[in-house]
Design a protein around this ligand. Structure first.
Ligand SMILES: [Zn+2]
Ligand SMILES: [Zn+2]
Length: 305
């Protein structure tokens, strides 16, 4: 029989956390990530409220080294690591999308993480993925503002400008509004959460900017992962429309005296052919034009296939 532990044992005994990727023991990181805590909860209910800023401490060194960051931008439009002819044939701006950026390349290890997050409901990955997106944002957004000069840098508070000057950080534009690719009602009921919405919420919270459900999903033609580019575009034509109430709230709260266009960041988990973000940006641009709002829409996904 195990004797009950005293307070001194709780303090002096080494405590361990579990790596979210491979479940090996790692040094204790936070009270929520202890073995006991994880044992008492099912994987599906693992909390995603770990600090997004300290995401890397929830992974072992091996899992951290398996992250396939996009280090160089090969295509200035979709943010792929290699040059792609796809964007030359099907430009993003036709659909009202200025550019896309993604934090990681969609490697086998990253595919496994997304599978666990999206299809097995392990929501603990949300903080890890959002943390990676948060860490890479400044670097990636700087490559957009270098390429698209119409993205102006909004005035930053004095302490923030000093911090950037001190650490030689790039002055990148932060979004005015963060939105996300919506799920269908069926998938929302099935999964219990929208993976893109959770990432968008964590990012917006970290940036202290609003997150708004500006889009709704109209139809569901099933999963598009097996379809090619033309099949996806056909399946997604008319699939998204603007959420009228959210758009009206945005119009009411928008600062009309500010002449610079509204910078909207559209968040999704993975960019495969870009059909989803193109369809979303198309719906958003049309609706915003009807309301007389000039906007710049960029998409930001965790992975780029
Ligand atoms: Zn690991
Ligand atoms: Zn491209």
């Amino acid at each position: 029989m195990n004797a009950p532990k005293g307070w001194y044992e709780g303090v002096s005994m080494p405590r361990f956390g579990i790596c979210i990727g491979c479940e090996v023991k790692i040094p204790y990181v936070s009270a929520r990530n202890t073995e006991k805590e994880l044992e008492s909860r099912s994987r599906s209910h693992r909390s995603s409220t770990y600090s997004v800023r300290s995401w890397s401490r929830q992974l072992c060194a091996l899992c951290r080294s398996s992250i396939s960051y996009i280090e160089q931008i090969g295509c200035p439009h979709c943010g792929r690591a290699v040059r792609c002819t796809d964007c030359e044939r099907h430009p993003l701006f036709v659909h009202g999308l200025t550019a896309n950026r993604s934090a990681v390349a969609y490697s086998e290890a990253m595919k496994a993480w997304l599978h666990r997050y999206k299809f097995q409901g392990d929501t603990g990955y949300a903080a890890i993925m959002a943390g990676m997106m948060l860490q890479r944002y400044e670097l990636l957004a700087a490559t957009i503002s270098n390429f698209h000069h119409q993205i102006t840098v909004p005035p930053l508070p004095l302490y923030e400008r000093l911090r950037r000057w001190l650490y030689q950080l790039p002055s990148v534009p932060y979004p005015d509004v963060v939105t996300f690719v919506p799920s269908t009602v069926e998938r929302l009921i099935d999964r219990g959460f929208n993976p893109a919405e959770r990432l968008a919420t964590l990012l917006a919270t970290a940036w202290n900017c609003p997150v708004m459900p500006l889009l709704t999903r109209m139809t569901d033609q099933g999963r598009q992962s097996h379809l090619g580019r033309s099949g996806r575009e056909l399946a997604l034509s008319g699939a998204y429309c603007c959420h009228t109430q959210a758009l009206q709230t945005l119009c009411v709260n928008i600062n009309t005296s500010n002449k610079s266009p509204l910078y909207i960041l559209l968040v999704d988990d993975v960019y495969t052919t870009g059909s989803t973000v193109r369809a979303c940006a198309g719906a958003l641009t049309g609706a915003l034009r009807n309301y007389g709002i000039s906007s710049i829409i960029c998409s930001y996904t965790w992975a780029r296939a």
